[in-house]
Design a protein around this ligand. Structure first.
Ligand code: RB5
Length: 162
């Protein structure tokens, strides 16, 4: 297990409630503290409401990592990646999960409860928590993600308007 300082925030929509509960149980068994933002049942809800909560906590560094789950994981990853400093990785296999940590320093794991079963989901969570970021040339690239997106938010690159 990598040394993660602080709790892991977890959120889901109705499609992923059962999987969220299974992941919570798995994390608690490992002695990992959790902040559960909901949803807390299978009544229909809107995934952005829960994605926003976890992404905000990660973006503001209130928690080091988050896990977001919806039916496909796509909506949750779209929401999360709008937040500064968030690097959400939608993973449906262990290789992607490990690489999202090694090369991309992913701080949110997005999962699709209608895409993968519980057994694979727990393996993905395990490998995602166990795998460290390699840094080095990958740190330079990760830094460029934030640089590129903040430049776009400020308007077009002056170099291209001449
Ligand atoms: C809910 O039906 C579904 O749209 C949601 O869980 C998710 O898959 C969205 O990306």
């Amino acid at each position: 297990m990598e040394d993660i300082t602080g709790p892991i925030a977890i959120g889901c929509d109705h499609a992923a409630y059962a999987l969220k509960e299974a992941i919570k149980k798995f994390l608690l068994q490992k002695g990992i503290e959790i902040v559960d933002v909901g949803t807390n049942g299978e009544d229909s809800v809107d995934y952005p409401d829960f994605g926003e909560k976890v992404a905000t906590m990660v973006s503001l560094k209130k928690v080091p990592r988050g896990i977001l789950i919806c039916g496909t994981g796509i909506g949750m990853s779209m929401v999360a990646n709008r937040f500064p400093g968030v690097r959400a990785a939608l993973c449906s296999g262990m290789y992607s999960a490990a690489m999202s940590r090694r090369h991309n320093d992913a701080n949110i794991l997005a999962l699709g409860s209608r895409v993968i079963g519980e057994g694979l989901a727990l393996e993905i969570v395990r490998v995602w928590l166990d795998t460290p970021f390699e840094g080095g040339r990958h740190q330079i690239r990760v830094n460029k993600i934030e640089q590129a997106t903040s430049q776009k938010a400020e308007g077009p690159n002056p170099g291209t308007s001449r």
